[in-house]
Design a protein around this ligand. Sequence first.
Ligand SMILES: NC(=O)c1ccc[n+]([C@@H]2O[C@H](COP(=O)([O-])OP(=O)(O)OC[C@H]3O[C@@H](n4cnc5c(N)ncnc54)[C@H](O)[C@@H]3O)[C@@H](O)[C@H]2O)c1
Ligand SMILES: [Zn+2]
Length: 430
Amino acid sequence: MARREIRVIGESKVLVGRGLLAHIPSELTPANGIHASKFVIVSDDNVWPLYGPRLVDAFRSLGGVTVHDVASEAADRASRPMGFAMGCSCGADEPVEGEDGKLLLTFQVAAGEASKCREVKAAIEDFMLLHRCNRDTCMIALGGGVVGDLVGYVAATFMRGVPYVQVPTSSTAMIDSSVGGKTAINVPAGKNLIGAFHQPVVVYADMDLLATLGRRELVEGIAEAIKMGVIRIPSLFELLEANPEQVMALEPKLIEQVMYDSIRGKAEVVAQDEREAGLRSTLNWGHTIGHAIEALKSPAMMHGECIAAGCVAEAELPLRLGIPWQLDRAKIKRIADCFASYGLPIHVPRGLSIEQLMRKMALDKKNRGNTIKCTIVTDIGVSIAQPQPVPREMMQAVMSESMAEGARLPEWVPHEGKVKAQAAGGQMAS
Ligand SMILES: NC(=O)c1ccc[n+]([C@@H]2O[C@H](COP(=O)([O-])OP(=O)(O)OC[C@H]3O[C@@H](n4cnc5c(N)ncnc54)[C@H](O)[C@@H]3O)[C@@H](O)[C@H]2O)c1
Ligand SMILES: [Zn+2]
């Protein structure tokens, strides 16, 4: 079980490798900073059947652990035509703890963005309270960014904060959402508006778990890896640029290097700027335009697809802003070609109203007057640490030109894939 370790903030770390899942239970010990006798695994109903039972078996093999596997019971019920059940009907007096007092609880939520909400957070909390979880509890998020953000936020507030571990299973969760400690839920006013900073004790980035992702879902996270390469790791960009087919086929050495570099990049950034006073905002490159596209095109387009188009459009900005830059036409083309080689869109989709896109951007509270704050990349691997004010007309022109250029080409069509249900419109906090 070869693995590499990346330190994040304080004691928080990411382990990158293969075959990690089966070893997790034996490592959740005081020696590793986890003082807990109760463990709660939360997953969604896509991921649970794939990996949940293996994680439970690994707990069982430790011995001395009482297992109350509500998630598998719910999955069983869901596979029969009885609908999907969250929570547990065992009654408050059950289950009793094992001799050494260790208890494993599992909980399953419906897959999709809609589960990242107050109601599901409350359901998990009530379930944990019913089973007398206290501060002596460690939560385990097994799933994509939805489960990670949700579990992280429950852990941040349960008994004023309990430790949690992330086991990211989507490429987005591995590269992005599991690292850095941002946790949140969505509310009717918008996405990620209620949350907390709470660092996971450890993140297990197990490459084996990516094998069950569809290509479109895998590539969605790769868009963030390309972004990371462009903002600060030229060698990552070059690796992604040179090997699209091998990366998409999960060639073992390559995919592990892509994940390792992307996670290291994010870890370095958040270690220097946890609360997004400056440097962390460079992670939002492509997201100013990307989020506006997403607000109008979701769920037909996924987040990573929207930010791919956003990155290519925003790459035009340094030339126009009159700041020193080395991102010439040839390099902008390399960036666009790299996104395109993964089947990602590289233009603002035709048919959108530029006025509406501008209105979505204006919702961001960081914007002042006639400018829009935006991360600026000045070369492949180099970005300005503080977001720069971009005149609204310039932003408008860049989007119009991107759309016009796209209109001359065949329309971009997404690969076949499961499209996730998204929370409705509104404001978006990253
Ligand atoms: N906290 C942060 O810093 C941060 C950063 C980026 C994104 N996010 C959040 O992350 C969420 C998006 O994450 P996501 O794209 O992982 O969404 P997700 O959790 O909905 O997962 C995507 C889909 O893939 C399925 N899936 C996950 N892993 C799988 C696997 N190994 N095999 C088969 N299917 C699998 C899921 O069941 C789901 O249907 C959003 O809510 C976003 O706001 C948070
Ligand atoms: Zn993103």
